[in-house]
Design a protein around this ligand. Structure first.
Ligand code: MG
Length: 363
């Protein structure tokens, strides 16, 4: 045991003796199975932020995936949470809603870090109550929707290979938005006739281009399209929506609850993600707002492990479409949680998130 380990043990013993909570942060590098390319970025790994929150003998685990798109990274997210360590160590975790409200007040931005904390607190609450989180939220796990499996942008040969590997998924989500869109869709269609959803990740640059692309995609059996235009082009998106038949969904245009009112009318639905919203509580608020405004709801994820994906899955009975496959895209998932059976999300029955360590993992 090193001096540092001894110091950590002593700090934990002191925290327990003083009746204080134990709060730990860690950055974990998740390795992708395939190089991951979308219209705006390419990567082989992601560094995500993990939180462990221990109080009254129970530990909750949380994860947040920082988005480079929004200038977030794990190191700065961790520093932001460390800035509220004193507050978190002294807080009553049963007041999780008040804790998150205060953390949102004290920390600007850093939504992935807020997500990691929120998920850890909700895992703790579920474990203390001895119930899975879907039950805490009053939801029926049998109503969890099918999830799509996402195919990142690649050569036609690799695209065909990825589609074959996704044989068990009844619906695929295909990433487009570069100048290879038609080649990509033709590669997919050469090996499957499944329904497709398409995500342009802001890749099309004008409303005319978007309409042209979507009209072509409609003929290829595409059932919806996500974020055709850059996030700020809301009026142009409304123009596109009036001219196409399939639903148009906002993702990058829809980060927080306050974004939603201006999207009603310009889009058919919104893609809600825990890492964008800042956790389960904020995501649920977004789902309710979207519903109230007549929008359809997709629940999505980032490249993240079973911690964050399982957290989102516990809310999934509330939504129309799920895209919760981030954990399936990584090679070194430290945990096991939600499972997928022919596209159907199977929520774990254990308390809280219901996670167990992946075999061979020490975490
Ligand atoms: Mg998207």
């Amino acid at each position: 045991m090193t001096r540092r380990d001894l110091g950590r043990l002593a700090a934990a013993a002191f925290a327990a003796a003083a009746g204080r909570n134990r709060f730990q942060t860690e950055i974990v590098r998740l390795q992708l199975r395939h190089t991951w390319t979308v219209a705006t970025s390419t990567s082989d790994y992601r560094d995500n932020l993990y939180v462990r929150f221990t109080a009254q003998g129970v530990t909750g685990i949380g994860e947040g995936a920082p988005l480079a798109r929004y200038r977030e990274n794990a190191r700065e997210g961790r520093e932001a949470l460390e800035s509220v360590r004193e507050f978190l160590e002294a807080a009553d975790p049963w007041q999780f809603a008040g804790i998150m409200e205060e953390v949102f007040r004290r920390i600007q931005g850093q939504y992935a870090a807020k997500c990691a904390l929120d998920v850890a607190l909700m895992d703790w609450v579920g474990k203390k109550l001895g119930i899975p989180l879907y039950r805490y939220f009053g939801l029926d796990p049998r109503r969890a929707p099918l999830t799509t499996y996402s195919i990142g942008i690649d050569t036609p040969e690799v695209t065909r290979q990825k589609v074959r590997e996704a044989a068990e998924f009844p619906v695929l989500k295909i990433k487009v938005g570069l100048d290879t869109d038609e080649v990509t869709i033709q590669a997919v269609r050469s090996v499957t006739d499944k329904p497709l959803r398409v995500d342009a990740n802001e890749g099309w640059k004008s409303k005319e281009e978007a309409v042209r692309k979507i009209e072509w995609l409609e003929k290829q059996g595409v059932e919806l399209v996500e974020q055709p235009l850059p996030a700020h082009m809301i009026e142009e998106s409304a123009w596109v929506r009036e001219r196409v038949r399939i639903p148009v969904i906002a993702d990058e245009s829809c980060r927080h609850p306050e974004d939603i009112p201006k999207l009603a009318g310009a889009f058919d639905g919104v893609n809600v993600k825990l890492a964008k919203a800042g956790g389960l509580l904020a995501a649920r608020r977004m789902i309710e707002m979207a519903r109230a405004l007549g929008l359809k709801v997709m629940l999505g994820c980032m490249i993240e492990s079973s911690v964050a994906v399982t957290a989102a899955a516990h809310l999934s009975p509330l939504v129309d479409w799920a895209d919760l496959d981030g954990n399936l895209l990584i090679a070194n998932d430290p945990y096991r949680g939600v499972r997928v059976d022919r596209g159907r999300l199977i929520l774990p029955e254990g308390p809280g998130l219901g996670l167990s360590p992946a075999s061979g993992s020490g975490s």
